[in-house]
Design a protein around this ligand. Structure first.
Ligand SMILES: Nc1ncnc2c1ncn2[C@@H]1O[C@H](COP(=O)(O)OP(=O)(O)O)[C@@H](O)[C@H]1O
Ligand SMILES: [Mg+2]
Length: 252
């Protein structure tokens, strides 16, 4: 689904991220962890084809993402930015924009409204369909942006801190929903995230970035060691195991 090898990306020819590697299969969730400024957003934009890598290869379903037309790319990959633009579109219209890559010469695609209704329902946004984006809470806006990405019916979702404005219950609900969509529809996702708890619970694998370099990658159970977490965040921790999952407890 996603194959990235030797990826370096950055700004003005200067790399911010180097040596990124990933192989992600259908339905798998990869969590991208690392402190602020470690390059998560830059990398997601590069994986989504918004920035050309300085070096390396990014393939989505075997296709070089940077050589596709915007329309082809949008059918494969949906990107949800960390700070969504706060327009005053209504939720329904904003989510319907996700169908843009499927429109024909004569107007919207025939399945558009069906897909939008289904996605709004899935995210519990049915009651907010008529509200304007600029009148939503941060968490509702995050859900609406996720709805738009799902309406795109991509093969790969790139989510930049999708749970950062959500309350504890909504975070779990959104992550469970992603897990379900991934499982049922074979969609893969790369999720930049600051929550080690969510990663421990939902990630099939993680990549931990520090200063733009991957310091660890693999299944959570292997990557979450006190050494790797200290190298990533400069934080001394103890790892406890509860219900078969690692729980990271800071020692400082
Ligand atoms: N448009 C830009 N131009 C130049 N440097 C940038 C730009 N965006 C981000 N950076 C720099 O790239 C580094 C990584 O940023 P970013 O990818 O946003 O990290 P993260 O998402 O992990 O917080 C930071 O040092 C940041 O200042
Ligand atoms: Mg970021």
């Amino acid at each position: 689904m996603l194959y990235a090898s030797g990826v370096a990306c950055g700004y003005g020819g200067r790399p911010v991220v180097e040596g990124f590697e990933a192989r992600l299969g259908r339905g798998e969730l990869l969590f991208l962890l690392g402190p602020i400024g470690s390059g998560k957003t830059t990398l997601l934009r590069c994986l989504g084809g918004l920035y050309r890598p300085l070096r390396g290869t990014v393939l989505v379903e075997g296709k070089p993402i940077h050589r596709l037309t915007p329309r082809e790319r949008a059918r494969l990959v949906a990107y949800v930015p960390q700070h969504p633009p706060r327009s005053c579109l209504r939720v329904y219209e904003a989510v319907l924009l996700g169908r843009y890559p499927y429109r024909g010469a004569l107007g919207p695609d025939s399945r558009g409204h069906v897909v939008v209704e289904r996605v709004l329902e899935m995210l519990g946004l049915g009651g907010l369909a008529g509200r304007r984006l600029c009148e939503l809470s941060g968490g509702q806006l995050q859900k609406a942006m996720l709805a738009r990405a799902l309406a795109q019916e991509p093969r790969l979702l790139l989510l930049d801190e999708p749970a950062s404005s959500l309350d504890p219950r909504s975070r779990l609900e959104v992550m469970r929903l992603l897990r379900r969509v991934a499982g049922e529809e074979g969609v893969a996702a790369v999720i930049a995230c600051h929550s080690l708890d969510l990663a421990a619970r939902f990630a099939d694998r993680v990549v931990m970035l520090s200063g733009g370099r991957p310091v660890a990658s693999g299944p959570v159970g292997e990557a979450f060691t006190p050494e790797n977490i200290e190298r990533t965040y400069g934080l001394r921790v103890e790892i406890l195991w509860r219900r078969g999952r690692p729980v990271v407890v800071p020692l400082d």
